[in-house]
Design a protein around this ligand. Structure first.
Ligand code: IPE
Ligand code: IPE
Ligand code: MG
Length: 250
């Protein structure tokens, strides 16, 4: 189901190490086709499958996708129920293929709000894919950037550690995965909607009008190419960055 390990010419397309995606536009995709929103979400799962395959192929190390925000509980109960169903179903169906493809899955977010069956599905998939060393897939569910920073700060204080960036990072839901290099948001909105607020401090942000169910391998490659054209300065001048990478005089 997921592509096996392969070294293709695609490795020439050097992917960012850490990619995050706000998968937005499922509802509008369905509406444009006079279909129920549920259909948009179902197609969205297929788009995620394509993204996972392509990311692993291109050598992405950490892929974090926003599946359900802490604010999405405000949606109609029927839609929330469907999203939970798709979530639990996806975890069960994807466990074996992810394991075979060497992808480790973890869920980041506040689990206390999920039903027992969803929690069981999460734990089973995390356990079943724990040995994956090719790529880490983090599914952000009931996730909010503000929640993450607050719970990390709380744990930092409980451990009697000074609240420094280094200490706080150890307690983030995404601990150990480093900073986001490229953030993609589909669906045309230009906002971050309480996603990885801390982790995206220096991310390059790519917005596309493409609705999530239409996002495919070529769309991802386009985002990666755009990323490769960015100069990441981290507060320095362009001259300093070029000197550090040996590009002086060009
Ligand atoms: C993203 O698509 C999926 C989730 C938030 C779960 P939307 O459902 O937000 O789609 P639009 O923005 O209404 O088109
Ligand atoms: C962000 O999309 C959350 C996910 C993609 C899961 P939303 O559709 O919930 O964001 P807003 O409400 O338009 O900001
Ligand atoms: Mg939306």
């Amino acid at each position: 189901m997921f592509a096996a390990r392969q070294d293709s010419a695609d490795s020439l397309l050097r992917a960012p190490r850490n990619v995050a995606v706000i998968m937005d536009g499922n509802g509008r995709w369905a509406k444009a086709r006079l279909r129920p929103r549920a259909e948009g979400h179902r197609q969205g799962v297929k788009a995620l499958h394509r993204l996972v395959e392509r990311s692993a192929e291109l050598g992405v190390e950490v892929l974090t996708v926003f599946a359900f925000s802490s604010e999405n509980w405000k949606r109609p109960a029927t839609e929330v129920r469907l999203l939970m169903e798709l979530f639990a179903q996806g975890l069960a169906r994807w466990e074996a293929p992810l394991r075979e493809a060497g992808v480790r899955l973890t869920v980041v977010g506040d689990r206390s709000a999920f039903s027992d069956s969803v929690v069981r599905a999460i734990e089973a998939c995390e356990r079943g894919t724990a040995g994956g060393d090719r790529m880490l897939l983090q599914i952000a569910a009931n996730y909010g950037g503000r929640w993450d920073v607050c719970q990390a700060a709380r744990r930092c204080a409980e451990a009697d550690e000074a609240v420094t960036p280094e200490n706080l990072e150890k307690y983030l839901a995404t601990a150990g995965t480093g900073e986001v290099d490229l953030l993609i948001r589909t669906g045309g909105e230009q906002r971050v909607s309480n996603f990885l607020l801390w982790q995206m401090a220096y991310a390059e942000i790519y917005f596309t009008e493409t609705l999530w169910p239409d996002f495919n391998e070529a769309s991802f490659d386009e985002a990666v190419r755009w990323y490769q054209g960015r100069e990441r300065r981290f507060g320095m001048t362009s001259e300093q960055v070029r000197a550090a990478s040996g590009l002086t005089g060009l």
